[in-house]
Design a protein around this ligand. Sequence first.
Ligand SMILES: CC(C)(COP(=O)(O)OP(=O)(O)OC[C@H]1O[C@@H](n2cnc3c(N)ncnc32)[C@H](O)[C@@H]1OP(=O)(O)O)[C@@H](O)C(=O)NCCC(=O)NCCS
Length: 160
Amino acid sequence: MNAKHHSGISRATTDHIQALFEIEQRCFPGKTSYSKQQLGHLVLHANSTCFVERQGEVIRAFVIVTYRRGSLTGHIETIDVDPAFQNQGIGLMLLRAAEADMKQRDMHWSQLEVSEGNEAALELYRKAGYKFKEKIEGYYKYEHNGSRNAIRMVKAVKVK
Ligand SMILES: CC(C)(COP(=O)(O)OP(=O)(O)OC[C@H]1O[C@@H](n2cnc3c(N)ncnc32)[C@H](O)[C@@H]1OP(=O)(O)O)[C@@H](O)C(=O)NCCC(=O)NCCS
């Protein structure tokens, strides 16, 4: 394969933050997106792992997992696939990479919140084995896909 078009997953670096911000804006136009500063913090300073998926030089998607000291639960903070590259299996692949990172850190659970109107994401998580935990009314400050409510989902990542 031509190296220029080689695709794969790697850890995000400072150099990727602008590209992540642009994907975030395309995925969540308007007020609902993370600011560049928030993304920079999550990628570089928080107790977190950020993976990017790239083809050649093009960053197509990313996932951010955050961890809390003393907790056995990893948290999927966000997973964004550039709209131009959705429905090609990249989201599921990144989710698996995030779960592998959690396993490596001896987490027992993966947890996330998703807008109750975000059918694509709800389907992705269901397909990956996540189960409904609770509904949180008014979780988001602004409407996402027509609702401010979130669904919290969880999956066991530690094989017993
Ligand atoms: C949700 C998102 C991450 C999915 O990523 P993706 O790369 O397009 O998804 P994949 O191609 O890996 O799809 C995996 C599965 O998810 C489900 N899915 C993905 N997109 C879907 C859609 N538009 N409608 C219904 N189900 C969908 C399907 O079950 C799919 O499996 P299948 O292809 O065998 O049917 C992507 O749509 C996205 O980035 N959306 C905008 C940002 C966002 O909402 N992120 C989630 C925040 S909680």
